[in-house]
Design a protein. Structure first.
Lengths: 310, 390
């Protein structure tokens, strides 16, 4: 094993997957450091799930090289099974088995038998706060409980690398916060985590992330560096009749995009405009302006050419 | 030393493989026991079919609704009507004055047949050889049956009346003619159709439930998204397939038990074969049907598609396997199709074993065919069943 693959849990070069005429993932290069939490940020249908499925060996790439934990995919997929965990986007455990039965099943699949298996299942039930519900059918659980059960199942065999495909899409904000606490715990204990999301606040928690659109990586890096290296200036305008102003501004070539946030209008101005504040003041009829810190959503909009996540 | 560690590795991976297979079987059985509808169907399908075929399906036609157009109005005509009624083949419900009115009743579906007795019925009768007991070159039929010939079963039953003896009408003791041949009916002397149907029903029920349950059980995992998780685990394709079909082998044996025991208790169907022969024949067919279900599961994308493909195979299995219509009566191309169906081979075996106490070794051709079909099916299924999503 080269030192390179020890540093990176996942490395791909030109990873591509086509479905007929559609290119779901296009020439994706990734280098995900071991031990980090890495995010795939993008709208639905941008290729996040397809990329994850190729990295877990579920889909065969049309072209490109994939190396996961030192094993080449898809050739060495079977060797990786014990070392990776995968939490699917859709709940993929059995609705008509109880929490404990589901976990027992997963335990025996991963060769945890007898006392060892029982102990591990008990541990997970306690860790994910499922103690009082272990005899409840998985199908009757709430979104948050299902998600915790799915995470318990995906991490039962203590994988080195964990894939999470939009893990929090059916979960309320409080459960999401709680869920991320668990992910940081796992990360602390050395697990590399790859998580896909279309929530900005989740993306911001990642150590590094890639912004995907139409199967193409538009930008990557740490959230901070992405925000700092933006090629736009973000200015907020306050005042009345923002709808009219918005319609006027989006027609200007200097403006990349606008978004209304209550009584303020967030305007993204291209960085080739030499004095963006001055330029904007001339457009806005005496409304007040304020230059603000760019957010990850601005990065997303800037790197995907004006489309908002949604 | 090297060989020893090699065997240790093989043994360890084999025991892991077995325990994963067992985990899937246990899970499948648990899910099955919670699925009340499916569980009920496992018992109800054979019971229901057994009762339907045992009681309702009968090729012995009786009491065909008939009318009469009597132009002779003699005591002879009243006597012959009475005698026909007493035969239970027909029962006269209507009397008509003219042929067209009677024909209309047949067209409307009120009657299946009409007996026309001409005005000279009495003269025809008294000069008829069946009445006089002497041959007569000038004799003519004494009446005419107008029959709705669209149902061949009813038509052929009425055709049997063409040679009706008239000895009783002539007040003579029946002339005892010597038959050309004598026949001895082995295995089913009372000629009850249920005796032949109950063992055949095993083939139909097993074809239906075994193919449908396995194909649906595997397609369901894919449809409900469980497969995506399972593929990412160390479970191998053959472990998954094997683990999923074992519970249905048990289901199949339960159904065999229900049909044979109920068939014996309720319909007095003889079970002459030994346990070993019956079990071997059934297991051969259960495995053949299960692998067919596996092959379907690698083709069907949804449970609905799996069901449609099962019906596609079920219809020829009912019609061409010899269950309803004798194999010997089929045209040659239909016999070829029939030979490709596992149900046909099982039908021959199970009737031979249950009714005639034939030994499996005497039926090696059909037994080998089913075993070969299973092996071929397993090869096709595992080649098509990839541990990938596409």
């Amino acid at each position: 094993m080269s030192s390179k693959s020890a540093d990176f849990a996942i490395e791909t070069h030109g990873m591509t997957r086509k479905f007929g005429d559609l290119t779901a993932v296009n020439n994706l290069d990734l280098a995900i450091p071991s031990g980090s939490i890495y995010g795939f940020l993008g709208p639905n249908g941008c290729g996040k799930s397809t990329a994850i499925r190729m990295l877990t060996g579920l889909l065969i790439p049309t072209s490109g090289d994939i190396n996961v934990l030192g094993s080449a995919l898809p050739q060495q997929a079977e060797a990786l099974r014990m070392r990776i965990g995968y939490m699917t986007q859709k709940f993929s455990l059995y609705d008509n088995l109880t929490i404990r039965e589901n976990l027992n099943f997963v335990a025996s699949i991963y060769d945890f038998h007898g006392q060892i298996g029982k102990q591990r299942v008990n541990e997970l039930i306690a860790l994910y706060g499922l103690e009082n519900r272990e005899k409840q059918m998985a199908g009757s659980l709430s979104g948050g409980q299902k998600q915790r059960l799915a995470l318990a199942a995906a991490t039962l065999h203590r994988p080195d690398l964990l894939f999470l495909d939009e893990p929090t899409s059916a979960v309320d904000p409080e459960n999401r916060r709680e869920f991320w606490e668990r992910l940081f715990d796992l990360s602390d204990s050395g697990t590399t985590i790859l998580v896909s999301t279309h929530y900005m606040d989740e993306a911001e928690r990642c150590h590094a992330l890639a912004i995907l659109e139409n199967g193409i990586k538009r930008a990557d890096g740490t959230p901070k560096s992405l925000m700092e290296n933006m090629k736009v200036t973000v200015i907020e305008v306050s005042g009345d009749d923002l709808r009219t102003l918005k319609n006027h501004l989006v027609a200007q070539p200097e403006v990349l995009s606008t978004a209304q946030l209550g009584t303020r209008l967030r305007v993204l101005i291209h960085d080739w405009v030499t004095d963006p504040e001055l330029w904007l003041t001339q457009q806005i009829d005496g409304r007040s302006i304020e230059r603000v810190r760019p957010s990850l959503e601005d990065v997303f909009v800037a790197s995907t050419g004006g489309h908002r996540v949604g | 030393m090297l060989a020893k560690s090699f065997f240790a590795t093989v043994f360890r991976s084999l025991s892991r493989s077995l325990s994963r297979t067992r985990a899937i079987t246990v899970k499948e059985l648990r899910q099955l026991s919670r699925d009340r509808m499916t569980f009920g169907m496992i018992v109800m399908i054979p019971l229901m079919q057994l009762m339907l075929f045992g009681y309702a399906i009968n090729t012995d036609v009786r009491h065909i609704a008939a009318g009469v157009v009597d132009m002779s109005h003699t005591s002879y005509s009243r006597d012959i009507l009475q005698q026909l009624n007493a035969s239970q083949v027909v029962s006269f419900t209507r009397v008509y004055d003219s042929i067209p009115a009677a024909e209309q009743a047949i067209t409307n579906g009120e009657l299946k047949a009409v007996l026309y007795l001409p005005p000279d019925f009495a003269q025809r009768l008294v000069s008829h050889p069946a009445f006089t007991g002497k041959s007569s070159p000038t004799a003519r039929p004494i009446g005419q049956w107008l029959v709705d010939g669209s149902d061949t079963m009813i038509a052929s039953t009425l055709r049997s009346l063409r040679q009706m003896p008239l000895d009783a009408l002539a007040n003579r003791t029946p002339s005892l003619s010597v038959p050309t041949f004598e026949t001895v009916q082995y295995f089913n002397p009372e000629q009850r159709s249920v005796v032949n149907i109950v063992p055949g029903l095993l083939a139909i029920i097993l074809t239906m439930t075994m193919i449908l349950f396995t194909s649906a059980a595997i397609v369901r995992e894919r449809e409900q998204g469980n497969m995506e998780f399972l593929i990412a685990t160390p479970v191998k394709s053959f472990e998954l397939m094997l683990g999923k079909i074992i519970p249905y082998v048990l289901v199949g044996l339960i159904q065999v038990g229900i049909i044979l025991i109920m068939g014996h208790l309720v319909f007095d169907v003889p079970i002459r074969g030994g346990m070993t022969s019956i079990l071997t024949a059934n297991l051969l067919f259960i495995f053949a049907s299960l692998t067919l279900g596996l092959v379907i599961s690698t083709i069907a994308k949804t449970q609905l598609q799996a069901m449609q493909m099962t019906v596609f195979l079920l219809m020829p299995s009912i019609l061409l396997s010899g269950f309803m219509f004798p194999y010997e009566a089929m045209p040659i191309p239909a016999q070829w199709i029939s030979e490709t169906l596992p149900a046909t081979h099982f039908m021959r075996m199970i009737r031979a074993v249950v009714l005639r106490d034939a030994a499996i070794t005497e039926l090696s051709k059909d037994a080998l065919w089913l075993a070969g079909f299973t092996v071929l099916g397993l090869i096709v299924a595992s080649m098509r069943f990839k541990k990938q999503l596409d």
